[in-house]
Design a protein. Structure first.
Ligand code: AMP
Ligand code: GLY
Length: 422
């Protein structure tokens, strides 16, 4: 099979590695890829949102499957365009990608399908939103309704903070159109977990679960990021609970999406809060998480490629996707200044030594090749260093030992990834 992965992050590097391991693969491409991905796939210089060029490339090179990594091309309709050209694409259509693209769309699905979630209300009038905050009080969660690159959520501990967030999103439009409407939500408390299912429009299989560390600083301090580390398995989220959430959250959502005429195919990421009343849905994403993907795929026992194809063909049936019994800890190394203003251009050394440790994988994200073949930092999240071992404590020790091998004074990472669980 000839496969095109779309994206350039650590998630796509992990996807490429997993797909490259399949005996079914004959040729692997990645657009645009990165210097790490170049070791396992042929990188093609096409941007993830340049859908006409991606379709042309896939046609000219007879792709049997396209696997988009990030949400942006899915929300922009890459699956619709590939399918119109007769090329299977393992991701939702633009209509189904609304599960990530619009918070209120997801909340309406939750209400219609009785999926447990935080109480909510949508406002497209800022004065009414402010009045609701004054009426309900704090804590309260303010969310831009549209896609705001993971930054559109404010957990307001006071009414003033909530009102300030509404001012910024709706009056000052700091997220542009994404903040034209806001969703106000009940504030849930509990441990968070990311559950991943592969879906074929009707059926779903669990890929696994992981816990992400979203804030930039140790002890969950500082601004939210796309994820500074992840681990899998999650001790207080055993397989029985995964299955219960498949039945209570994922299957009802799939059924309702099919009922709406927009069946969901691809990877569905349920962000859950384990509250005292049970697991509740915080949000859906329509793709793998990054860095959760790197941790999960490091534990993948099954051949991922036939499963991705079966999801496109609506033939997941009781397809078995299995993780092994090991534990994985993924530590993100970011450039100094991330997430606000990451420094670019510094040189990273020691990557080979880190990757040479048994059980360690180093995934590239924001890297670029220097003129002399060196590896340079070229973005915010730059590397994911993943350790796989029999248990979380050993996986964590291994990941941090490998981080120590990497010589990059201009980079940093959290030191407490998986610390509680290990
Ligand atoms: P989201 O962009 O929807 O993933 O939200 C980002 C983060 O905000 C989540 O990972 C949670 O930590 C937090 N969050 C979102 N909604 C709620 C809620 N209703 N109650 C408490 N925390 C929330
Ligand atoms: N790590 C969370 C995400 O990918 O959205």
């Amino acid at each position: 099979m000839r496969v095109l992965v779309v994206g350039s992050g650590g998630r796509e590097h992990a996807l490429c590695r997993a797909i490259a391991a399949s005996p079914m693969l004959t040729r692997l491409y990645c657009a645009p890829g990165n210097p790490g991905i170049a070791a396992v796939a042929e990188c093609v210089d096409i941007g993830v949102l340049d859908i006409p060029t991606l379709v042309g490339f896939a046609q000219d090179n007879q792709m049997d499957l396209v696997v988009p990594g990030p949400e942006a091309p899915l929300v922009a309709g890459i699956t619709d365009a590939m399918e119109a050209a007769g090329i299977p694409c393992c991701g939702p259509t633009r209509a189904a990608a609304q599960l990530e693209g619009s918070k209120s769309f997801t909340k309406e699905i939750c209400d219609a399908a009785s999926i447990p979630t935080a109480l909510w209300e949508r406002f497209d009038d800022a004065d009414q939103a402010r009045a609701f905050v004054r009426h309900r009080g704090a804590p309260i969660v303010v969310k831009a309704d549209g896609l705001a690159a993971g930054k559109g959520v404010v957990i307001a501990t006071t009414e003033d903070e909530a009102v300030a967030a509404i001012d910024a999103m709706m009056d000052r439009k700091i997220f542009g159109d994404a903040g034209a409407a806001v969703v106000l939500e009940e504030c849930l408390t509990g441990d968070e977990v990311s559950l991943f299912a592969l879906c074929d429009g009707e059926d779903a299989v669990i890929l696994g679960s992981a816990r992400d560390h979203k804030r930039v600083g140790d002890g969950d301090t500082g601004p939210n990021t796309g994820g500074m580390g992840a681990y899998s398995p999650v001790p207080n989220f055993p397989p029985a609970l995964e299955q219960a959430c498949l039945e209570a959250i994922i299957r009802p959502a799939l059924k309702h999406m099919a009922h709406l005429g927009t069946p969901f195919r691809g990877i569905l990421f349920a962000g859950l809060m384990l509250t005292e009343e049970g697991a509740k849905l915080i949000e859906f994403n329509v793709r793998f998480g990054d860095p959760e993907c790197q941790a999960l795929l490091s534990r993948m026992q099954s051949d991922l490629l036939p499963a991705l194809l079966a999801a496109c063909d609506g033939e997941l049936g009781d397809f078995d996707v299995r993780l092994n019994d090991s534990a994985a800890v993924a530590v993100v190394m970011a450039a100094r200044g991330y997430p606000e203003a990451p420094e670019r251009g510094s040189t990273i050394r020691g990557l080979d030594a880190a990757a040479a440790r048994p059980g360690v994988s180093v995934f590239h994200a924001g890297t670029e090749a220097g003129p002399d073949g060196s590896v340079l930092a070229a973005g915010g999240r730059v590397l994911t260093v993943c350790g796989t071992a029999p248990d979380l404590r050993q996986a964590r020790d291994l990941a941090y030992a490998a981080v120590q091998d990497i010589v990059w004074p201009e980079g940093f990472c959290r030191r407490d990834i998986a610390a509680d669980a290990a």
